[in-house]
Each structure stands twice: as structure tokens, then as C-alpha cells.
Design a protein around this ligand. Structure first.
Ligand code: LMR
Length: 334
């Protein structure tokens, strides 16, 4: 009898141990989905966050990074975040309109940021903060902005003067401001998920696109575009966002470590973005598969003049308030 009781006792103790071990071992999982390659500023930033988050929380948090649209495509990923199927994303700010937040598109205005430093100051300052407030009502919290530099534009013919754009179909990622400035140049814009662009260019569904060198390189757009103009006409940036309910529900000590991991991953990403894009442009040049074109000051002025109506149009789209704020912060005329 005693032996039997002892056996039962041992079995109960073993079960309790297993249960404890299982709960100690099951980490909080953060699924981080994005659409670009690992070998890009955003891809590297996501992996850096994973490394630091897991280290600082001693493995209590596990970050699963899903690059290259393996989990969700552009629009789907934002819906998935709101539903809680994924916890963290870093979409380009051009993709927030389906959320009903159009103000972010103000960042897509052509020739808005004079240089990297102007961009950086605006996003770290009042503009970045003002925009993040707009997400609150949507159950989404903005944690950081990640940089990916300036856009180039391409087709299978040189794009040097506004007349060269006439009648070409161009892929855009979602922003109505981009839609507008390409229309100003006489193009026919079409919204398309990032993962579909290569094939659309290859098969002629669209004639051209815009993106940064790191995206042209890793998606191989340069292989199916004969001419790329290094125009720097607009800027590509990401908002790292989380599902607010999930984030606020985390234990305070864990969230503190994750905030630290995010702050460091952000500094890292923003510090490599410019060099990554320079290296990518160099690799594209070396491939010999496309021709790079650079605008003279006069040619740039022609583009700016042609795209100027977008600024007037933008008031009805993004509202006066963000335009006034940007005019003040960036010292530009709206
Ligand atoms: C695009 O769709 O062109 C970009 O938003 C891709 C990205 O996330 O860099």
C-alpha cells in the first residue's frame, strides 16, 4: 500500500514537473511578417530585432520572421495584424490607406525630403509622432520608423524628360500620391502587391515601376527593366507596427526589453540603409543588365514642374494639417 501511494505520489510529481517545464518552455511568440528579402535594410532590421528580443528576454520571447511575403502579401498583412494572426509588421507607409489612414501618404510627396538628414529629423520629430497618433484608433501602435532611402524609376526606355513617361503603365505600391504624380507625368498607374512585380514587368503587364536600389537588386527588377533613372524623386520608409491589444497585454518587464530591442534594431537599420542601397546600386551597375541614368539639374527641374500639381491635389487627400506640419518641420513650400 505504501509502495502504491509512493508510486502515485511520484507520478503526480513527475506530471507537475512536466507541466511546469512546458509552461517555462513555451515562449511568447511574435510573428513578424514582411514582404522584402532578408538581404535588405528592412530584412536585416527584422533579424536584428529577433536576435536582440530573444537575447534580452532570455528566450521568453521568440520572434518568427517571415520575409518575402511568405506569410502575407501587402494588403493582407495589415488585415492579419488587426485580426491578431500576426503581431508585428513593417509595411511601407504608402500602404496604410486600406486602414482608413490616408495622412501617411503625405510622406510620398515627390521631392519632399531634401536629403537623408531632413528625412531622419522629420520622422524622429513632430511629423513621425503626429502620424503614429493616427493609428491609435485602429488598434495599432507605431513603434519606430525604418528607412530605405530614395526611389528610382524604370522602364524599357530611358526616362529623362516628362514626355518619355507618356502612356506607360507603372506599378505603384498603394499610395494615391504616387498615383497622382505618375499621372502628372502621363503614366497609367496600377496598384500591385510587391511579390507580383517581377512577373508583371517580365510579362509586360506593366511597363515600369519605382523602388529603391536594394529592392531592385533583391527582387531582380533590374533584369527586366532596360533603363533605370536614379532620380531620388520620392522616399521609401516603413512604420514598424504592432497589434495594440497584444503589445499592451505583454508583461511590463518583457515589453521593456522588447522596447529596448526595437530601439537598437531601429538604430541599426537606419544606420545601414544608405550604404546598403549604395552597394545595391553598385551591384546593379556591375551586372551590366540595365542602363543607369542620372538627371541633370535642368532635367530634374522639368520633373519637379510636371509633378507640382500633386501638391495642390494632396490637400484634398491627406488634409491641410499634416501638410502645414511638414511645411514647418521640413522648411518646404506646400
Ligand atoms: C513596395 O511594395 O514596393 C515596397 O513597399 C516594398 C517594401 O516593403 O520595401
Amino acid at each position: 500500500m505504501n509502495k502504491f501511494v509512493a508510486l502515485i505520489g511520484a507520478a503526480v510529481a513527475a506530471l507537475a514537473l512536466t507541466a511546469n517545464a512546458a509552461s517555462a518552455q513555451s515562449p511568447i511568440v511574435i510573428k513578424f511578417s514582411h514582404v522584402v528579402a532578408n538581404d535588405t535594410p528592412k530584412g536585416k532590421g527584422a533579424l536584428k530585432f529577433k536576435e536582440l528580443a530573444e537575447k534580452y528576454t532570455n528566450g521568453k520571447v521568440k520572434v518568427e520572421v517571415y520575409p518575402n511575403s511568405t506569410l502575407y502579401k501587402d494588403k493582407e498583412e495589415i488585415e492579419a495584424l488587426q485580426l491578431g494572426s500576426v503581431q508585428m509588421l513593417a509595411p511601407s507607409t504608402a500602404k496604410f490607406a486600406p486602414l482608413g489612414v490616408k495622412e501617411f501618404e503625405a510622406l510620398d510627396l515627390p521631392w519632399l525630403f531634401k536629403d537623408d538628414a531632413t528625412y531622419d529629423a522629420a520622422m524622429k520629430g513632430a511629423v513621425g509622432k503626429w502620424l503614429f497618433k493616427k493609428l491609435e484608433a485602429k488598434g495599432i501602435s507605431g513603434l519606430a520608423y525604418w528607412d530605405n532611402g530614395f526611389h528610382m524609376v524604370s522602364a524599357n526606355r530611358p526616362l529623362i524628360h516628362p514626355a518619355d513617361f507618356q502612356g506607360l503603365k507603372v506599378r505603384i505600391s498603394g499610395s494615391k500620391i504616387a498615383d497622382r504624380y505618375f499621372r502628372d507625368l502621363g503614366m497609367i498607374p496600377q496598384i500591385m502587391a510587391f511579390s507580383e512585380v517581377y512577373q508583371a514587368l517580365q510579362t509586360g503587364v506593366v511597363d515600369g515601376c519605382e523602388n529603391t536600389p536594394s529592392n531592385y537588386l533583391t527582387q531582380k527588377f533590374y533584369e527586366v527593366q532596360k533603363d533605370i533613372t536614379v532620380s531620388n524623386h520620392a522616399h521609401l520608409q516603413y512604420a514598424v507596427i504592432v497589434n495594440t491589444k497584444f503589445w499592451n497585454g505583454l508583461p511590463a518587464d518583457i515589453r521593456q526589453q522588447l522596447d529596448k530591442a526595437m530601439a537598437e534594431a531601429t538604430d541599426y537599420t537606419n544606420s545601414i540603409a544608405s550604404q546598403e542601397n549604395k552597394d545595391a546600386l553598385e551591384a546593379i551597375k556591375k551586372s551590366g543588365k540595365t542602363t543607369l541614368h542620372y538627371l541633370t539639374a535642368e532635367q530634374k527641374a522639368e520633373w519637379q514642374k510636371a509633378m507640382r500639381p500633386t501638391y495642390t491635389w494632396a490637400k484634398g487627400r491627406v488634409g491641410q494639417e499634416i501638410l502645414d506640419l511638414m511645411a514647418k518641420e521640413l522648411h518646404v513650400q506646400m
